[in-house]
Design a protein around this ligand. Structure first.
Ligand code: ZN
Length: 417
């Protein structure tokens, strides 16, 4: 593509696995697993990870330890942003409890939720007032990027939503997150609504969609298209493997593939150039292992059947020219790397391991220790890691602990108040 033809505005990814993903009912991630997700997302070129809850006590050490990884350059260039309610007190607490520099402030904007949640305590005007107060407080506290989330935006009166977005902008917000909290939009309705908000407030738009009606990826990319067409940047919220509350959020890999390869987007809309799909398979596998949720065989891109052809006409056509039945090559996704934990005969390392087995495992990972003292210290941390995840540790987790022992220690430390 010639430089002058390059579209000005960009679609970037804000992954919310470590916030919406871990809100998935009956499931969650240990703090080490959340940390590994941030590392993987960074490797994949994701612009921002919504990495947790800065006002939740048990997240404090995890949050500060991950921000320390940013400071050390181990998590770079990804932005780690925290999620809080759009109220002044949450912002003050977040700034006090953590070193978080980027925040998304969330508040419900639909009449259904204003009435159904606040039960007459707040009306539309109060919602705007609380949000403006929160944004101004965040500004005062030196927060670098302030996103304002309109929860249930898809069921919010459109004029009010525009008024809300404009108030956020005037208070100093950098982005508006359009939340299709219940998956109520369709790809056409979200396009029109996001276009109206983007054209009126001229702020970059985030698209946060859910899959209750099975349209989550279509709605996400359609909302992004509306933002770009209106001349502002778009940030699509994703979760690895489409995790997230109820029927889930937009799957990270599906969104990237849709923007890169679909007829209406490819070469017409610019995806963040940092996106690297070559670790997609490994990231999907890791999330599946960490959450304990198998990848369906027909999962987009990374399911075991995503590149399998069996019926006569398809197999014959594929063998003649794979482009007959495939839009992209499996190699693009880094498929076929070894499993994330050792299979076959092997020694594992866990909460009751001794030094001999531990040495054997780390020798295989080609990690060397300076002396016995260092090895014993790492063994102790590995034991705690296993107490913490209750699963055999993956190669990447083991290497992480050896490489960043002080960070690992902080992540495992949790002292209830
Ligand atoms: Zn959500």
């Amino acid at each position: 593509m010639k430089k002058e033809n390059k579209p000005k505005n960009i679609i970037r990814i804000v992954d919310v696995t470590n916030r919406d993903g871990v809100q998935t009912s009956k499931l969650g991630l240990a703090k080490l697993q959340k940390t590994m997700m941030n590392m993987f997302l960074n490797e994949m070129g994701v612009y921002q990870s919504e990495f947790g809850f800065p006002v939740t006590n048990h997240e404090t050490n995890y949050i500060n330890a991950n921000l320390e990884l940013v400071r050390m350059g181990a998590l770079k260039p990804i932005i780690l942003e925290g999620w809080v309610r759009a109220i002044k007190d949450d912002v003050i607490k977040a700034a006090k409890m953590t070193n978080v520099k980027d925040l998304n402030l969330s508040i419900s904007t639909s009449d259904q939720m204003i009435q159904g949640k606040f039960k007459g305590k707040y009306g539309r005007k109060d919602i705007v007032r609380l949000m403006v107060e929160a944004v101004k407080t965040a500004k005062k506290k030196g927060i670098r990027t302030i996103g304002v989330n309109a929860e249930d935006a898809s069921r919010t009166d459109l004029d009010y939503l525009v008024e809300f977005a404009l108030a956020a902008k005037h208070a100093g917000a950098d982005r508006i997150r359009y939340c299709d909290t219940l998956g109520y939009d369709d790809p056409f309705s979200i396009y029109d609504r996001v276009a109206t908000v983007a054209e009126s407030c001229r702020l970059p738009m985030e698209l946060h969609c859910h899959n209750d009606l099975g349209m989550v990826v279509a709605c996400s990319v359609s909302g992004a298209k509306a933002a770009i067409d209106a001349g502002v940047d778009a940030y699509i919220n994703t979760c690895v493997n489409g995790m997230g509350e109820r029927a889930g959020n937009a799957d990270l890999v599906s969104v990237i593939l849709a923007v890169k390869y679909s007829s209406g987007f490819r070469k017409k809309y610019a995806l963040d150039e940092r996106i690297d799909l070559s670790c997609a398979w490994r990231v999907g596998k890791y999330a599946s292992y960490a959450f304990g949720v198998p990848i369906p065989i027909n999962q987009v891109g990374i399911g075991s059947n995503a590149f399998s052809h069996e019926s006569g006409i398809h197999a014959d056509g594929y063998l003649k020219d794979k482009k007959n039945y495939e839009l992209y090559d499996y190699k693009v996704l880094g498929r076929g790397e070894p499993d994330i934990i050792e299979t076959g005969a092997n020694i594992t390392v866990g909460e009751y391991s001794g030094i001999k087995g531990f040495r054997n495992v780390y020798d295989k990972l080609e990690v060397k220790f300076k002396n016995d003292e260092e090895a014993t210290r790492i063994l102790e941390l590995v034991r705690y890691a296993n107490v913490h995840t209750q699963k055999p540790l993956t190669r990447e987790e083991l290497v992480f602990i050896a490489k960043y022992p002080d960070i690992a220690k902080n992540i495992f430390t949790m002292t209830p108040k």
